[in-house]
Ligand binder design. Structure first.
Ligand SMILES: Cc1cc2nc3c(=O)[nH]c(=O)nc-3n(C[C@H](O)[C@H](O)[C@H](O)COP(=O)(O)O)c2cc1C
Length: 274
């Protein structure tokens, strides 16, 4: 089961101990992958690939026995849906003791796309290794983590807003949502850029994306929309664990946006009917 603890203890793993994932455990992960839906109703399919058999590797990884590659139709909201479904899957794997790391750049993309049999109308934006974390991180991994400050996140005041982008969500207004928003804050993102910005207005959290340059490409689409989907996934899973129902809709409230910022989707939390 994915809990707040699963989300808060998750870290990227780039150094594996080489052990194979037991067939029964792998079957559980595959079964979960078949059901890993997202609020946009866009199908995301996952392909599991043996690293040795398929000759697959990444320069930032060592000892990984296995990869999972995700595929999504080229469609509006495809990247957001992809981020949501794949994060759910990687969190589930973590709850079973399996490490992972989102890989959208540091791989031979053509080799993975061929192994995953990516179709013309699809994208395969990212892959992840799956396996058991080694006792000690490689030097390269330690340096990479330092480089993008992987062990820290932006302060909530820079991410969560009350009514408009001028007012950080704080004090009494923040209290009921603090725990769920902490899970959003700890979402992983490409180069740890944390591009999500949430505005609470009239009972809805409006998820917006503050774009950085350099994250657009034909093969991936908009990498930062994947980050947004991951943050939304943490929000929904956190709410569910608290016994809340989360409704996700695309309903742009027309809030004035800062430069380079785009509205993506909204989420409202309600108590589950008794
Ligand atoms: C969409 C996406 C793409 C990523 N691509 C890569 C990658 O190509 N190589 C890599 O080493 N890490 C990649 N990462 C991992 C991030 O660097 C990592 O999640 C971030 O630094 C935060 O660290 P943490 O996951 O340990 O919390 C990616 C993460 C996301 C969400």
């Amino acid at each position: 089961m994915i809990t707040a603890n699963t989300i808060l203890t998750r870290r990227s793993v780039r150094t594996y101990d080489g052990r194979a994932v037991e067939p029964e455990k792998l079957e559980r992960v595959k079964a979960f992958a078949r059901e890993a839906e997202n609020p946009f109703g866009i199908p995301v399919t996952f392909v599991f690939l043996d690293a040795k058999e398929r000759g697959l590797s990444s320069p930032v990884l060592t000892g990984e026995p296995l990869y999972v590659a995700g595929k999504v139709p080229k469609a509006p909201y495809g990247e957001v849906a992809f981020g949501f479904s794949m994060e759910k899957l990687l969190l589930y794997a973590w709850s079973l003791g399996l490490g992972s790391v989102w890989i959208g750049g540091t791989m031979k993309r053509e080799a993975f796309e061929a192994a995953a049999a990516k179709g013309e109308s699809e994208r395969m934006p990212c892959v992840s290794p799956l396996g058991y974390p080694a006792a000690k991180r490689s030097l390269r991994e330690t340096v990479m983590r330092r480089g993008c400050k992987a062990d820290s996140r932006l302060d909530g005041k820079k991410l969560f807003f009350d009514g408009t982008f001028d007012t950080p969500l704080a004090g009494k207004a923040l209290e009921p949502w603090g725990d769920v928003l902490e899970l959003v804050r700890w979402a992983p993102s490409a180069v740890n850029r944390q591009p999500w910005r949430l505005v609470l207005r009239d009972g809805w959290f409006h998820f917006c994306l503050r774009h950085d340059k350099g994250y657009l490409g034909e093969a991936v689409g908009d990498m930062q929309k994947i980050d947004l989907g991951i943050a939304l996934c943490h929000f929904v899973l956190g709410a569910e664990e608290q016994g809340l129902t989360c409704r996700v809709e695309i309903r742009d409230p027309g809030i004035p946006l800062p430069p380079e910022t785009e509205y993506i989707a909204s989420a409202a939390l309600t108590k589950k009917a008794e």
